[in-house]
Design a binder for this molecule. Structure first.
Ligand code: IMP
Length: 431
């Protein structure tokens, strides 16, 4: 059995957690391929709500094994805390969670440097989640990072850490005039992790490839969204990894030839958290309504999310890059109660009108979207689980998106609970 990849098609927070959770019922392995504790996947199960930052949401399905791949940057404090919480909720983790020995670690100096850098940027700040993600990837590519495998050898860890902390302290003090970190304190804290993390560490690429050979079905779970991809997103207002489809291969060590399904998660409107261009943003009462009804506040930082209309220019672009085989539309219920709904179809700037997504942030910041207006609906559709029960205008809205992107819809989410979902059979049939 091959690999299904689940990818956010916008700026993250599309509701991937719920979709991964639903798909996990028929899957043996869920593997996270990039990002770190900057992601927050909210899962509602019965009356309970969980936010997972690092461990894939499949952990709540007893038959599922979870993998944190080499492409993820791991905060050992955060991952151990999450494991403890999951265990307290009554779920086995040992033997069901594997962490790549090649994954890089987030250290306290990464957070400190990020904080200092963001402050120094002033109005040009990226608006990061403050989890040390960017600086950790910087060290990875500068080949000075510390990997999970280093935690298993106290002598190597002590040597590498001493060198890194001395270097980072020089930067913190010399460049940013910030407070330095205590070398011994950090070493003491981190050498403890070798004991705690040991049962989970393995060569996850080999584990996944062997599982695929045996016919197991792997779900590759991305974090953030395609427009935050370091290469294809709204650079520099991006995250430091590859949420897009290629990231699944490099972030897990699996061959591209094993991937046969790429599900694009599309929120029925747009949101963005953090700074950067957002052409269809609504800074009025409609945006406020979307934020309120959709409870658009960051799962990791609690920041209010910026809200706006659906943007087909951006979606055609991310669909092209990722090669979506089908779409899961989320939060459709949030759109109830609008007389009309707008959908951005083109961007206009200078004397040009384009359907291409501009690469330069300066252009993206000044484009004016051209909209198509569609009829809205008044009915409360929370919990609708059959397509035929949706109001005609909602069905037309979905049909319009699918037609414009030329990709079929396989799932529609009408509320946070598992049962509040329309599954379209066969997958992708709704076009
Ligand atoms: P970083 O990933 O913390 O470096 O933040 C870089 C940008 O990505 C900022 O705009 C963040 O708000 C955004 N970002 C990071 N993780 C998420 C996420 O899970 N959802 C939405 N935005 C995110």
């Amino acid at each position: 059995m091959p690999v299904t990849v689940v990818i956010g098609s916008q700026w993250g927070d599309e509701g991937k957690g719920k979709i991964v959770d639903l798909l996990s019922e028929d899957i043996e392995i869920v593997a996270r391929y990039q990002g770190g504790a900057n992601a927050g996947h909210t899962i509602c199960w019965g009356d309970k709500t969980f936010v997972l930052h690092l461990v894939p949401s499949g952990i709540f399905h007893q038959g599922v094994t979870c993998v944190i791949g080499n492409g993820v940057v791991i905060d050992p404090v955060a991952v151990m805390e999450e494991i403890r919480t999951i265990q307290e909720l009554g779920y086995d983790v040992e033997g069901r969670l594997f962490i790549s020995h090649n994954a890089h670690l987030i250290m306290p100096y990464h957070k400190r440097i990020e904080q200092a850098r963001e402050q120094a940027r002033n109005s040009g700040a990226i608006g990061t989640t403050g989890r040390g993600i960017g600086p950790s990837y910087v060290d990875k590519f500068a080949r000075t990072g510390i990997r999970v495998v280093d935690l298993l050898d106290r002598d190597v860890l002590r040597k590498k850490l001493t060198h890194s902390i001395e270097e980072k302290n020089a930067i913190l003090k010399g460049v940013y005039g910030a407070e330095e970190l205590d070398v011994d304190e950090i070493i003491e804290e981190y050498v403890e992790f070798d004991r705690l993390i040991d049962p989970y560490v393995t060569n996850t690429s080999e584990y996944l490839c062997k599982a695929l050979k045996k016919g197991k079905h792997v779900l590759a779970e991305g974090a953030q969204g395609s427009l935050l991809d370091v290469d294809f997103g709204t650079y520099p207002y991006v995250t430091s990894s590859h949420p897009t489809a290629g990231g699944a291969c490099t972030g897990l060590g699996i061959p591209p030839t094993e991937i046969n399904r790429v599900i694009g998660i599309v929120k029925a409107y747009s949101t963005r958290v953090g700074n950067g261009p957002f052409p269809t943003e609504l800074e009025d009462e409609v945006g406020e309504q979307l934020r309120k009804v959709g409870q658009e506040f960051g799962a990791t930082t609690g920041r209010p999310r910026r809200c706006g209309w659906l943007d087909l220019v951006a979606l055609r672009y991310t669909s092209m890059i990722n090669g979506f085989t089908d779409l899961a539309i989320t939060k459709l219920d949030v759109l109830s109660g609008h007389e009309t709904l707008k959908v951005g179809t083109h961007y206009a700037y200078d004397d040009k009108v384009t359907t291409s997504f501009p690469a330069e942030v300066q252009t993206l910041e000044r484009v004016s979207p051209r909209y198509t207006t569609l009829p809205g609906w008044d009915e409360d559709i929370v919990g609708v689980s059959h397509f035929e029960e949706l109001p005609q205008a909602a069905r037309d809205y979905l049909g319009y998106i699918s037609h414009e992107l030329d990709v079929g819809i396989s799932m529609i989410s009408t509320g946070p609970k598992r049962s509040q979902t329309i599954v379209v059979e066969p997958a992708g049939a709704l076009t």
